[in-house]
Design a protein around this ligand. Structure first.
Ligand SMILES: [Zn+2]
Length: 432
């Protein structure tokens, strides 16, 4: 990759982002507006989709005079991109690489500069995480990934990482854990469900001496899980939020555990659509396939922050996970996974769970209980029923059953809600 992009360019980018971090807030906002106007002009001029859709909505890039004017541009859905990905590709930029999301075959393309930015941003993030966790050199890092390509760009081996191991989620977890026992990583990059499984492995006698840093991404995280990792590993915890389409991290948790948006690369809004707040992404750097006001399919709210950590960039609060991971009640209400998580979190003896909506009016709760005694199981089951009644999951036939374990999806993620009702699935895929 360096050959293609030039080491000099990477160093230049690194200096640019370092300088950016030290700018006062008003200057950062001016830059964000400048970048927004620039990419909007580019998208309007060089992509078929934006040209047509903005003309129809009677707006042009000249209408963007402030960051707030972003809301004048039409929203874009995943379905719009899937219908004709080529219409989003700029006619004056070539793509260097492309990735498909886990849920669709749509290719998201990125130009050479975007790939360089992703690499530089990864290195800068890593060095700040290492600093936070007191790791200096000779680090053994472990990343859990599916695609080796994405994994390598997520955790690039640098001068500080002495040994880098990449394991695939597709492998059996017990086998992963025995390799980790042998490798003894200082830093682990993985999905939250994997980290929780690994924490249980350690609690049950697995070997762990020196994990100092845990970086979680890709699934919804709750505070109980973060506390568990801290207690089990004695490590610094960092949470990241990103997506295949964004290439780079959209937000990263600060030491106060607030998710700060990276405003040097993105403008993130939250917009009420239907009955939920959707996260709407505008990427400011990918000129090959600009995504402007893209409904990324995640629920949450973005607010201006005055965080004790000192950062002033907006933060994502009430992140509620993917829209597709919601229950659809017969009266049309949505129950996002995060709401269920709030109910399930405090139930003692409940290790893991998954909800499967089998039909319009039927839902099944699969529960993994700690102490497998019958009394304990029925106690957990009744607490679950009480909990969901409290958040008004009504009008549904609720089944509760104990299971041995919750299996991850082929991509390594564990879903809290599996939506098997066809009509609900269709409604959630559009969000409208
Ligand atoms: Zn902060």
């Amino acid at each position: 990759m360096e050959d293609h992009l030039g080491l000099a360019n990477l160093l230049k980018l690194k200096a640019v982002f370092r300088r950016y971090d030290s700018l006062p807030e008003h200057r950062k906002q001016e830059l964000q507006l400048l970048q927004l106007r620039r990419i909007a002009r580019h998208a309007f001029k060089h992509t078929a989709y934006y040209n047509e859709s903005w003309r129809k909505a009677d707006v042009t890039p000249n209408d963007i005079r402030s960051l707030a004017d972003l809301s004048r541009l039409p929203l874009l859905t995943k379905a719009d991109v899937m219908a004709n990905p080529g219409a989003f590709c700029a006619n004056n930029y070539t793509g260097l690489c492309h990735f498909k999301t886990a849920t669709s075959e749509t290719r998201f393309e990125f130009d050479a500069r975007s790939v360089a930015i992703a690499k530089v941003k990864s290195l800068l993030a890593l060095s700040s995480y290492f600093k936070r966790s007191g790791l200096r050199s000779g680090i053994r890092a472990l990343a859990m990934v599916n695609g080796q390509e994405i994994g390598a760009s997520m955790v690039p081996p640098g001068p500080v990482i002495e040994h880098m191991k990449i394991l695939s989620y597709a492998r059996n977890r017990e086998q992963c854990f025995s390799e980790m026992d042998a490798f003894q990583p200082h830093a682990i990059f993985a999905y939250p469900s994997f980290l929780s499984d690994y924490a249980r492995h350690i609690q049950q006698g697995g070997e762990q001496a020196g994990v100092r840093l845990v970086v979680a991404c890709g699934e919804i995280v709750d505070n109980k899980a973060i506390d568990e990792w801290r207690n089990t590993f004695g490590a610094e915890v960092v949470c990241q939020y990103g997506a295949t389409e964004s290439l780079c991290r959209i937000a990263t948790s600060c030491p106060e555990m607030r998710l700060h948006v990276d405003a040097s690369l993105f403008a993130l809004e939250s917009v009420a659509i239907g009955k939920a707040m959707h996260l709407i992404l505008t990427s400011l750097f990918n000129y090959r396939m600009p995504l402007i006001r893209y409904d990324i399919g995640d629920l949450g709210e973005v607010i201006e922050s005055d965080c004790p950590c000192g950062a002033r960039s907006p933060v994502i609060v009430a992140a509620q996970g993917r829209l597709s991971e919601s229950l659809c009640l017969p009266d049309g209400r949505l129950v996002p996974a995060a709401e269920l998580l709030d109910v399930m979190r405090p139930i003692p003896g409940l290790i893991e769970w998954q909800v499967v909506q089998e039909g319009n009016r039927s839902v099944r709760f699969d529960l993994v209980c700690g102490e497998a005694g019958c009394d304990m199981r029925s106690l957990v089951a009744s607490r679950v029923r009480e909990g969901i009644a409290r958040i008004n999951v009504t009008g549904m036939d609720v089944k509760v059953q104990p299971v041995q374990r919750i299996e991850p999806e082929p991509n390594g993620k564990k879903r809290l809600v599996v939506q098997n009702d066809q009509a609900a699935r269709a409604a959630l895929s559009t969000g409208r």
